[in-house]
Ligand binder design. Structure first.
Ligand SMILES: NC(=O)c1ccc[n+]([C@@H]2O[C@H](COP(=O)([O-])OP(=O)(O)OC[C@H]3O[C@@H](n4cnc5c(N)ncnc54)[C@H](OP(=O)(O)O)[C@@H]3O)[C@@H](O)[C@H]2O)c1
Length: 294
């Protein structure tokens, strides 16, 4: 049953949980920033701030997004509130040599107007040896410029390689595609991460604009469950995506109304029967050959 019916939470109501090996707990429902630079700037900044007010303090950005413009918008949104935020950015694979990663991080920190990131990720694997990227991450962490580091779009073989290089307890998270119409990571990536204490941050939780509408069978199931909890279908979907203890999600919204809707998932509780209905309406499907790099 839902505790607050999926209503937008107050800041302290947002569920927070252990984020991989990191001591500080992180909000289960965070905020994405891909393509925010293409939307109305005032609305986006108001949306991010509303999210912070409602406890969505995990903000995900990247040097890729708007070629750095998204990081600058995030800086404006979190000005004066840096201490509240678990701030995550990502290095592009083409920049992820040892010296390139150090340089890219310095540029992200400058755009974000902060002296440290809470977590710094390799956006996806590229041509630079993983060992070099990890050496740079470890150096940045020793220097206090990042508090932790992780990876993104890593399949199990990549995770194994990172684990062999860095050792247990070093990879904070793996940020991967995860929404109701693509549950591929449930086959092997989530189990591997759970076994190794790595947080799984699901991106594009609404399928990057492919959210099941009310005219679909799955959409009707979401609506029925939402109605029973005085919640919305998107809140139900987000809660399903964080139903296991190591899972986090980072929906992107460009308006405070959308952000507040998404924040409501942070207090929603679904019954096992609800989870089973969603599982049936959006079947896992067969195991794919590998994760696509996105
Ligand atoms: N590591 C990676 O390779 C990777 C790849 C993709 C994404 N990401 C991260 O994950 C974040 C989220 O993924 P995403 O941006 O692809 O898409 P998403 O979160 O799945 O969907 C965003 C879309 O949903 C809409 N939306 C959000 N909340 C809504 C609500 N309550 N009601 C109605 N519509 C709503 C947004 O509209 P409005 O904008 O109009 O509010 C936008 O069109 C990204 O922003 C990025 O930070 C990471």
């Amino acid at each position: 049953m839902s505790e607050r019916g999926g209503r937008p939470a107050a800041r302290d109501d947002m569920e927070r949980r252990r984020f991989g090996p990191i001591a500080r707990d992180v909000a289960v429902i965070g905020q994405g920033t891909w393509e925010i630079e293409s939307r109305d700037r005032d609305s986006v900044i108001a949306a991010l701030r509303r999210g912070l007010d409602l406890g969505m303090t995990h903000i995900d950005t990247a040097e890729l997004y708007g070629s750095g413009d998204a990081e600058e918008i995030v800086a404006e949104a979190i000005a004066g509130r840096r201490g509240e935020v678990s701030l995550v950015s990502k290095v592009l694979p083409q920049n992820a040599s040892r010296s390139g990663t150090i340089a890219a991080c310095a540029k992200s920190l400058a755009r974000l107007k902060t002296d440290h990131l809470d977590c710094y990720l390799l956006h996806w694997r590229g041509r630079h040896p993983l060992r070099d990227t990890i050496a740079a991450f470890e150096q940045l962490q020793e220097e206090g410029k990042i508090l932790s580091w992780g990876v993104s779009n890593f399949d199990v073989q990549d995770l194994e390689e990172a684990w062999k290089i860095a050792g247990e307890g070093r990879v904070a998270c793996n940020q991967v595609l995860y929404h109701l119409l693509d549950r591929s990571i449930e086959h092997a990536v989530i189990p591997w991460c759970e076994a190794h204490g790595v947080a799984v941050v699901g991106y594009s939780p609404f399928g990057h604009g492919r959210f099941p509408g009310p005219e679909t069978a799955g959409g009707r199931v979401l609506q029925q469950i939402a109605s029973a909890h005085h919640a919305t279908p998107r809140q139900v979907a987000l809660r399903f995506l964080v139903r296991r203890p190591g899972l986090f999600t980072i929906p992107k919204a460009s308006s405070p109304t959308h952000t507040a809707d998404n924040a409501g998932a942070g207090t929603l509780r679904l019954a096992d029967a609800d989870l089973a209905r969603i599982d049936e309406a959006f079947p896992l499907g067969r195991r794919p050959r590998g994760l696509s790099a996105l």
